[in-house]
Design a protein around this ligand. Structure first.
Ligand code: NAP
Length: 245
């Protein structure tokens, strides 16, 4: 479904980003993986993509850096012949109730989770406009839709992604470029590894009674990247076992 497409995925060295990279490759895409992770870790993820018979490159890149992201997007277009799919997945948490939250922790989360998305979209914007095609998929969170105590910075960044997604979708719709967001609920990755959740507490919070997997998110990302989703834009789709319904 994604033969001859090039996908750029941020935060792709592990977790949901890596699952999206692998699922896109399984479906035929060549992949550029971006992350702040060390070269060996990113290369290992890229090697898993290559094992599926696709081209993969890893570039160490901090999405908070305007100039570095600009440079990396230019390099990918040169090395891989263009970009068809942009998945903005890189994200961090720095949880505390607002009373205890440091200004620096608020800024850091907004910088990675929201401004990083702006950087990547901005640098791919004219490329997609000229092609009159492109799929932008931003990873938000149910926290951005319903809030979460202890995550004011994170929820604000993820709610910001919703506004950014819909604005970009409106700006680029007439050019055939789609921009959508996925709002995951509790997904089993390193980010949620330390959650103190027993069965009972999980069932109370998640109607389906269990956490999701990175592949649950990757399947939707692949669908949104295909031509089957050409008439879907400005949408925010929850993948959360019913958590935020
Ligand atoms: P994860 O396992 O912590 O992976 C996040 C990846 O992003 C890591 O490889 C990390 O690199 C990278 N990263 C962090 N800061 C970066 C930066 N400035 N530039 C580039 N890459 C950066 O998290 P995950 O659970 O896969 O989450 C992926 C996305 O889904 C995030 O946006 C998250 O907010 C969202 N999400 C997750 C859940 C969940 O339950 N897991 C729920 C809702 C939404 P390092 O490891 O080197 O720091």
């Amino acid at each position: 479904m994604l033969e001859h497409k090039v996908a750029v995925i941020t935060g792709a060295a592990r977790g949901i980003g890596k699952a999206i990279a692998l699922k896109m490759a399984e479906n035929g895409a060549n992949v550029a993986l971006l992350d702040v992770a060390p070269q060996e870790q990113g290369e290992a993820a890229a090697e898993e993509v290559r094992a599926l018979g696709r081209t993969a490159i890893y570039k160490q890149c901090d999405v908070t850096d305007f100039n570095a992201t600009k440079e990396v997007v230019g390099e990918i277009i040169k090395e891989m012949g263009g970009i068809d799919i942009l998945v903005n997945n890189a994200g961090i948490t720095k949880d505390k109730v607002v009373l205890a939250m440091k200004e620096a922790d608020f800024d850091a989360v907004i910088d990675v989770n929201l401004k990083g998305v702006f950087h990547m979209i901005k640098h791919c914007y004219s490329h997609f406009m000229k092609k009159k095609a492109g799929k932008i998929i931003n990873i938000s969170s149910v926290a951005g839709l319903i809030g979460n105590p202890g995550q004011a910075n994170y929820a604000a960044s993820k709610a910001g992604i919703v506004g950014l997604t819909k604005s970009v979708a409106r700006e680029l719709a007439s050019r055939g470029v789609c921009c959508n967001a996925i709002a995951p609920g509790f997904i089993a990755t390193d980010m949620t590894a330390d959650l103190p959740m027993d069965e009972e507490k999980l069932s109370a919070m998640i109607p389906m009674g269990h956490m999701g997997t990175p592949d649950d998110i990757a399947e939707l990302a692949v669908f949104l990247a295909t031509d089957k989703a050409n008439y879907i834009t400005g949408e925010v789709i929850r993948v959360d076992g019913g958590t935020a319904m």
